[in-house]
Design a protein around this ligand. Structure first.
Ligand code: PFF
Length: 460
């Protein structure tokens, strides 16, 4: 009997609820904070182009595959992988994908919560008028002062973690999709308004050239690996989150259609954020490659020098914080559900345990900006190292294994059973991309990007 005749437990009934919740999980600090500083560090347009190609031919097919797995398994990522590998007659070792995902999710959340804390802190700073008529220098100093205060960073990180704890513990799935439905249009409108504002006061021409006129000499190994890793990061794949959300996918709806909508919105938000940030960066003569502080220095300066800027600025950071909450929930969810189901724990208890683990891990990131700032791991700070290992290594590896499993190990009839609304052409295109482009693509980028590093390792 076809699986889609089975009763669907606790699923969302409408496409929009799934799309809203999933968009909430994908749009976050990755679009607003990370995309701009990565583009800045990697020379702009060539990186943006590589990132877009990675999204379309690698990350999107893998995202669909993850949702399909979730929809088939209808459980936490570990149990889902156990069930679907059993059904495929494959080794139970494939549950590694679920494990890897849960661990990567917690590691990402450990630093994600610190950056989200910055955003919480900035709401108060803007409302309090701290940036009124600020110079770029002052804006930079304020950011550095925040980084130099571990106690303050811990307080804001804890505040963020408590917010997502509340959502995950209560299991307010409905709440997330309602909030996301309001948040996303508001965020889009605000980003469009900000992009227009900064194109008027800033150097729009330089920003547009930087973002859209590729200089391929900037596309080195590091840039390509960053582009691939960020495609996974921004779409929240490789951490089991899309499996967890896929478990609630509505019946009789096109998964590829819903995923495409999510990807489109996610990309739009990143590009708009770039258009809001870079005109200011160029008119201020800031270095686009200044790193993680880019958004937190450029935007407050912009707001500080605009009429009613305190209020718009505070609203902007409220939205960044809300976007971070809906993403943070997706990072915490897979591990929490696994813990609750595995040990039959009450969900809130499982959520508290996981948050405590994340909070402790997060201290490493907090200290890397101050008391541990001299610690060097393979030429990176502790924070950069964590980000590199998770976003650039663990997420693509998780995605690669997912592509192999769904593309090569699962039976086509089972996949067709989950994607039965799609036309034959769409289904075949997706399956082909997964098999012949996504999986080998990750491998090629990996080998090429890591080759100098591996060479050094063996020669030394
Ligand atoms: N996609 C989120 C962002 O761009 O901010 C980050 C993220 C959320 C990654 C959830 C992974 C995840 F499971």
């Amino acid at each position: 009997m076809n699986n889609h005749y089975k009763s669907r437990r606790r699923g969302w009934r409408r496409s929009w609820s799934f799309v809203a919740a999933t968009t909430g999980a994908t749009i976050g600090l990755g679009n607003l904070w990370k995309f701009s500083y990565l583009a800045g560090e990697n020379g702009g347009a060539a990186f943006v182009l590589a990132y877009l190609i990675c999204i379309v031919v690698v990350a999107m097919p893998v995202m669909i595959a993850e949702v399909v797995l979730g929809s088939r398994g209808r459980s936490n990522p570990v149990s889902t992988m156990q069930d679907v590998s059993l059904e495929a007659g494959a080794s139970s070792s494939w549950q590694l994908i679920g494990w890897l995902g849960c661990i990567a999710g917690l590691l990402v959340l450990s630093y994600y919560s610190v950056i989200a804390g910055w955003s919480f802190a900035y709401v108060g700073k803007l409302l309090g008028g701290e940036f009124v008529a600020a110079s770029a220098q002052l804006s930079g100093d304020m950011f550095n002062n925040l980084l130099a205060a571990p106690a303050l960073l811990m307080q804001w990180q804890a505040f963020f973690l408590l917010s997502i704890l509340l959502v995950v513990a209560l299991g307010v799935r409905k709440g997330i999709s309602v909030a996301a439905r309001l948040l996303i249009p508001l965020l889009l409108v605000m980003l469009i308004a900000l992009a227009i504002y900064s194109s008027q006061v800033g150097d729009f021409k330089a920003a547009a050239e930087f973002l859209f006129q590729p200089d391929f000499s900037a596309l080195n190994q590091q840039a390509l690996l960053d582009a691939l890793g960020h495609a996974f990061f921004t779409l929240s794949i490789g951490v089991g989150a899309m499996m967890a959300y896929g478990a609630y996918v509505p019946d009789q709806r096109s998964i590829t259609g819903m995923v495409s909508t999510v990807v489109l919105m996610d990309t739009l938000v990143s590009v708009l954020a770039g258009l809001a940030i870079f005109p200011l960066v160029f008119s201020l003569n800031m270095a686009p490659a200044m790193g993680p502080g880019l958004m937190f220095v450029a935007m407050p300066y912009g707001f500080g020098n605009m009429i009613y800027g305190n209020y718009f600025g505070a609203l902007f950071f409220v939205m960044v914080s809300l976007a971070a909450i809906t993403s943070g929930v997706a990072l915490l969810e897979p591990a929490t559900v696994w813990l609750a189901q595995q040990f039959r724990w009450w969900r809130p208890v499982a959520a508290v345990v996981m948050v405590l683990v994340v909070w402790l891990l997060g201290l490493a990131t907090i200290f890397s900006f101050n008391i541990w700032q001299d610690i060097d791991l393979f030429g990176m700070s502790v924070f950069s190292f964590l980000d590199f290992v998770t976003a650039n290594l663990m997420l693509p590896v998780g995605g690669f294994l997912t592509a192999i499993f769904v593309g090569w190990v699962m039976r086509k009839e089972v996949l067709r059973d989950e994607l039965y609304v799609e036309s034959r052409q769409i289904f075949s295109l997706w399956h082909w991309l997964l098999r012949y482009i996504a999986a080998p693509g990750v491998l090629v980028v990996f080998l090429w990007s890591l080759s100098p590093w591996l060479k050094n390792l063996f020669i030394e």
